[in-house]
Design a protein around this ligand. Structure first.
Ligand code: S3P
Length: 159
């Protein structure tokens, strides 16, 4: 399965829990960082967002066939080649979502997220991505619930 959703929606946390349920998993942000030998803020600073989106697309193609669960970065849906790739995958796409106030609370002040530094900007990004997540999703999970319940819902869906 592929986990999509905005920053702070719980993709990494839920991927780790799924891993405890015997799913192999990869966190794409970590894959990119170890491949580039650079942190995400450094990649953004040195090369800009478009370059990061290209790395993300490359990571998506490289990891797609090798893991049961792929936790994507929140902005992957904004880059057309990645969006089209996700549109055509046969893997289930699980959209993790929560109301924007909850997401803002979870990500505010996180210096490891270059695109989460300004409240108005975060809200605008959330709004512009919402339809993209929706159009890719096979199921939407509201992550206001406890993590265990989210995982249960995903496992039920996959049965
Ligand atoms: C981004 C989300 C981040 C990371 C990068 C850009 C985005 O991943 O890929 O900072 O554009 O939403 P998370 O969704 O895991 O925070």
């Amino acid at each position: 399965m592929i986990l999509i959703g905005f920053m702070g929606s719980g993709k990494s946390t839920i991927a780790k829990r799924l891993h405890n349920n015997d799913f192999s998993y990869i966190d794409m942000d970590h894959w990119i960082e170890s491949n580039a030998q650079q942190s995400i803020p450094d990649i953004f600073n040195a090369h800009g967002e478009t370059h990061f989106r290209e790395l993300e697309y490359h990571a998506l193609k490289e990891t797609h066939d090798s893991y049961d669960c792929i936790a994507t970065g929140g902005g992957i849906v904004t880059y057309t080649p990645s969006f089209d790739f996700l549109k055509s995958t046969k893997k289930p796409i699980v959209w993790l979502d929560a109301p924007i106030d909850k997401l803002l609370h979870r990500i505010s002040g996180d210096t490891n997220r270059p695109l989460a530094q300004n409240r108005q900007d975060i809200i605008a990004r959330y709004e512009s991505r919402h339809e993209q997540y929706k159009s890719l999703a096979d199921i939407r999970i509201d992550t206001r619930k406890p993590v265990d319940d989210c995982v249960k819902e995903i496992l039920e869906f996959l049965k």
